[in-house]
Design a protein around this ligand. Structure first.
Ligand SMILES: C[S@@+](CC[C@H](N)C(=O)[O-])C[C@H]1O[C@@H](n2cnc3c(N)ncnc32)[C@H](O)[C@@H]1O
Length: 241
């Protein structure tokens, strides 16, 4: 495949990666195997990623909905998704995700209590989607702190337990005859709204730290290799240890 980069542009870009600290000498053997355009794409996407906004899916059972949420999270730069399964397993439909899930960090939790307590320990404020009059319209949700949005089951919505444990509730105002949106549509609209506002509210704090970038970039580079190369690099590393 031909590259949009000349050899000198590529070499300059790679040296910038080292200078910025996105990669270090240990990574050189992987960097050299990644095609230039892919390397640049990983870097560009990395620089838009956030952990400032995060998503918790509670008992979202439909594989198409699960997949559509992951795809939107990737599109809006949200790296972390916490999952508490309901009746159905978490099995996002491959045709819908278009491999978006490969680049995300999924945190599976056994129940909603553990999920919320883990997120709280990480410093998040937690808001549950709720179709009620008391819920804050999403445009007014305060995002001056790292924020998690909870989305719930296709039929029963977010559980009472989750709503009680959350710091508050939010909703996307509805103006039509139907009472609710499809979960994946609601999640996409909410993600778009809060990420745009949080970027402005949080500035640099919105984006990953250099340490987080380095770890994720390394993980993504490994995932970008074909199986044979990945195996070869792992073996080479093991033989050195
Ligand atoms: C189809 S709705 C569930 C409807 C359920 N009867 C209820 O009252 O929550 C599935 C999920 O989509 C999300 N959702 C749907 N419409 C929404 C809206 N207008 N604002 C925020 N979230 C919404 C919520 O996460 C909800 O739990």
């Amino acid at each position: 495949m031909s590259s949009i980069y000349s050899q000198s542009e590529y070499l300059h870009f790679v040296s910038e990666l080292f200078e910025q600290g996105i990669v270090d000498e240990k990574d050189r053997e992987i960097v050299e195997f990644i095609i230039p355009d892919r390397l640049k794409r990983l870097y560009d996407v990395l620089n838009e990623r956030t952990r400032y906004i995060s998503i918790l899916l509670e008992a979202v059972d439909d594989g198409h909905n699960q997949a559509a949420v992951l795809r939107s999270a990737d599109a809006f730069g949200i790296q972390d998704i916490t999952i508490v399964t309901g009746r159905a397993p978490f099995a996002p439909n491959d045709l819908v995700t278009r491999s978006a899930d490969k680049w995300l960090t999924l945190h599976h939790q056994p129940n909603i209590e553990t999920a919320i307590s883990d997120l709280r320990q990480k410093g998040y404020q937690i808001y549950a989607s709720q179709l009620c009059d008391e819920a804050v319209p999403i445009e007014e949700l305060e995002v001056s702190k790292p924020t998690v949005l909870i989305f719930g089951n296709e039929h029963s919505g977010v559980s009472k337990k989750a709503t009680e444990l959350a710091d508050g509730t939010f909703m996307i105002p509805m103006k039509g005859f139907v009472q609710s949106l499809n979960i994946s549509v609601a999640a996409a609209l909410a993600m778009r709204e809060v990420t745009e506002r949080a970027k402005k509210a949080a500035g640099e704090q919105y984006y990953l730290t250099m340490k987080e970038k380095r770890e994720l970039f390394r993980e993504w580079m490994m995932k970008s290799l074909n199986k044979r190369l990945r195996k070869m690099i792992i073996q080479k590393r093991e033989s050195r240890n």
